[in-house]
Design a binder for this molecule. Structure first.
Ligand code: NDP
Length: 412
């Protein structure tokens, strides 16, 4: 759709004339020559505002949520996302992250029919090619071979004055939600919702015990509330008392401090009898703490996993017979060991789970708008603080819940 280009660079919080798009914008940028800790890798720069293509919308970003994926993008591992994109022919040699946010539709590309300039939207975190053969044959778009994590695998996310999204990523922002709440709920809220409700028959039912790793983190804070809403009994794992307190306030029936155990990490060989026994003792003691938290000898029917290598062996061990471990990340590493005997003889399920469908995203926005879920967000600062906010996650020094930065919605 026609819009004029204006030459100026506008300061964050300043609107260009209606119908015009600036040439330049401020953005929190990652470049290959400074990959490393987020506070070094991410810097505010002035870059061109991206062109809007067919089916795309340009969003004037008001606030952006901080997520762990751009810790990985900063470090350049396990994947250098810039190199990966450029190998596929994309000429842009820098990365603007940001997989969630809220803002105002500022320009729309050809073929966009369901959103218009001026709409206030909440942005979802995954992209796909709606014309791909697998989606046309009925595949869940999240399982499409074309699916990408927006603002991580694809460029021009919300850590900039303008983000480039596909039309279907725009959900209407409920009027009662302010910009920072709306920006903070999607990535962790929808991901944990799918882990807990998206994999029948292993969905949270009333009375189900559910183990939640990182209970005070972004995913964990949303997960505790979702489990409570569904009538389940969340047990949260944390690393200090302040975080335990946060989890109890959200509805955890009990908490476990992982610092009280030392059996974390890769599983010893079953042939190393002594080392294996040491691991098993740790896992059993951990299981007993779950019983204590629940007040009964029951194992969790569902385990919300994302901590990965350090915890997966224990997750698979403590999960109830016939239960499910749903995993969406590997914060502590990617080599997740299993003692396969527990998997098949106790008929457990290990389910990979990645972000969420558009339906699940809408359901989570609705639950936050109705006040059922508190996004538990802390505003960390503005665009210039994107690197610092990711460094907090990298160092596990973040306050409980979700972090958010203001981009164009500056405080009065
Ligand atoms: P946060 O940093 O907010 O929380 C993670 C929590 O994990 C921390 O609070 C910490 O809690 C806990 N933790 C850290 N290290 C370990 C460890 N070695 N063992 C056990 N627990 C640990 O991150 P998020 O909740 O936003 O995300 C968590 C993970 O999930 C990340 O790896 C992220 O990339 C992934 N993710 C994946 C998504 C997807 O769509 N696939 C979407 C969102 C997140 P404490 O120290 O108190 O135990």
């Amino acid at each position: 759709m026609a819009h004029t280009r204006v030459k100026e660079l506008y300061e964050p919080g300043t609107l260009p004339p209606a119908g015009s798009v600036p040439e330049l914008m401020y953005a929190a940028v990652i470049r290959q020559d400074r990959l490393g800790p987020p506070d070094k890798a991410i810097r505010t720069e002035v870059v061109p505002v991206p062109e809007v293509g067919r089916g795309q919308v340009l969003v004037h970003v008001m606030a952006a949520g901080i997520n762990y994926n751009n810790v990985w993008a900063s470090l350049g591992r396990p994947v250098d996302v810039i190199a990966a994109r450029m190998r596929l022919g994309d000429p842009v040699d820098y990365h603007i992250g940001g997989s969630e946010g809220a803002g105002i539709v500022w320009a729309v590309g050809e073929g966009v029919r369901h959103v218009k300039v001026g709409d206030e939207v909440v942005l979802t975190s995954a992209q796909w090619d709606e014309t791909s053969p697998d989606i046309r044959l009925g595949t869940d778009p999240m399982a499409s071979s074309t699916q990408l994590a927006w603002g991580y695998e694809s460029n021009f996310g919300t850590f900039a004055q303008y983000a480039l999204a596909d039309e279907y990523q725009c959900l209407p922002k409920p009027a009662g939600l302010d910009w920072v709440d709306a920006a903070s709920l999607m990535c962790t809220g929808a991901t944990s919702y799918r882990q807990l409700c998206g994999w029948p028959p292993h969905v949270v039912e009333p009375g189900d015990p559910v183990l939640i790793w990182g209970g005070a983190g972004g995913l964990g804070s949303m997960a505790i509330q979702i489990v409570r809403y569904r009538g389940g009994r969340p047990v949260a794992v944390v690393s200090d008392e302040a975080r335990a307190e946060h989890c109890r306030r959200l509805g955890a029936v009990g908490t476990i401090n992982r610092r009280d155990f030392d059996h974390w990490g890769r599983l010893p060989s079953v042939d190393d009898t002594e080392a294996y026994r040491g691991w098993l003792d740790g896992a059993k003691r951990f299981g007993a703490q779950i019983w204590e938290a629940l007040g009964e000898r029951r194992a969790p029917r569902l385990v919300l996993e994302h901590s990965g290598q350090d915890t997966l062996p224990t997750s698979m061990y403590v999960c109830a017979t016939g239960g499910m471990v749903a995993i969406c990340g590997g914060t502590s590493g990617y080599n997740g060991d299993l003692d396969l005997r527990y998997l098949w003889m106790r008929q457990k399920r290990l389910q990979g789970s990645h972000f969420a469908s558009l339906r699940e995203c809408r359901q989570v926005v609705g639950l936050v708008a109705e006040g059922v879920l508190d996004p538990c967000r802390t505003v960390i600062g503005t665009l210039d603080d994107v690197g610092y906010a990711h460094q907090l996650l990298h160092d596990n020094r973040q306050p409980p819940g979700n972090l958010v930065v203001r981009i164009n919605s500056l405080p009065d």
